[in-house]
Design a protein around this ligand. Sequence first.
Ligand code: PMT
Length: 412
Amino acid sequence: MTLSGKRILLIVGGGIAGYKALELIRVLRKRGASVRCILTKAAQEFVTPLSAASLSGDKAYTDLFSLTDEAEMGHIELSRDADLLVVAPATADLMAKMAHGFASDLASTALLATDKAVLIAPAMNVRMWEHPATKRNLAVLREDGVSVVGPDEGEMACGEFGFGRMAQPDAIADAAAALLSGGAASPAKPLAGCRALVTSGPTHEPIDPVRYIANRSSGKQGHAIARALAELGAEVTLVSGPVALADPPGVAVVKVETAAEMLAAVEARMPVDAAVFCAAVADWRVARAGDEKLKKTPGGPPSLGLVENPDILATIAKRTSGRPVLVVGFAAETEKVIEHAKAKLARKGCDWIVANDVSTPAGGTGVMGGDRNTVSIVTRDGVETWPILDKTAVAQRLAQRIAEQLKDRQWV
Ligand code: PMT
């Protein structure tokens, strides 16, 4: 994707991924953009202003109080002269400053003074990325209209593994091009502008303060779908039951425990354009969960008294106003998979059912918690059976299928 004639202000934060910022300058220029750099004080510990200036072919700016810089190009002008501001690497510290409106150095001041689109490429240690403070800051930045690319999962410079590696320069350049084309759908980001919601994981229905009813869903499939949709450019909210997985990058995550909480969280995010209900929601909950831990009594085990949970998928699929354009349900079946999936499609009023075979025949894969899945897409027009795939591949294929289905829509 070309960036021909675009002016990009690249703000380099202080992290080990700074070396990739130099490669990013090269990629952006190769695609036709002109690049001007600001380096924070910490960034200069990793890359020098001279390297940034040499690669960008322009002066690299570092100091808010430099008389010469201010005379040549004031900090306000620096931020307004660009078509797009890209922050790469966006460190936890820089994100915190942005989220709280700090203007304590040239980088944060330019970011506060700008009226242009801002794209950040976070990069930090996985624990820092998963810290509630960073999550809060990320949520604020998204609310403020900041776009996010990455981070990727992988091994880090510190030796730990997880999400926190800066997105590759090509991916950042793609995201920049998508933003500068008005967020319009492009071949790489066919879902740009589309709002999507995914449910994932189990629900926990309390019996008393220490016990609950649950199932074996790990969240792997739902989380992978949220990530795949985000990678195609959708603005994704993931409503997740309790799981032991990292939040997928570039996705807003709402964590819930029970079916009732999941329904409330889903309804709060409506309207969306596409909704995928992958969660294994408990069908029942205990009518009156104990306030205190239930005790063994000579009379035998307590009677739990179950009541039905709300059906989240059916509630959304049957909305008369504000219904998503595409509602996709899942069905985990151990026998008569397609027959049961067709019945669910009709009963719940959704557009597609992704039927997964959770039986364990020879070579069977669909057991909850596993890494692979055997699925068929059941629609009113027919059934499409996919080969055995790992859950990431199922997610990517499903996201592509959703993008094809929605390709002629204009997002508002
Ligand atoms: O999480 P993993 O370990 O990766 O496993 C993935 C999975 C097997 C959980 C997933 O692929 C899957 O099949 N999820 C649906 C499980 C299921 O059988 O759901 P169900 O038949 O109870 O419900 C059918 C559909 O209605 C589902 O889309 C479900 O999210 C939805 N539903 C069900 C009950 C309810 N109260 N509210 C709902 O929204």
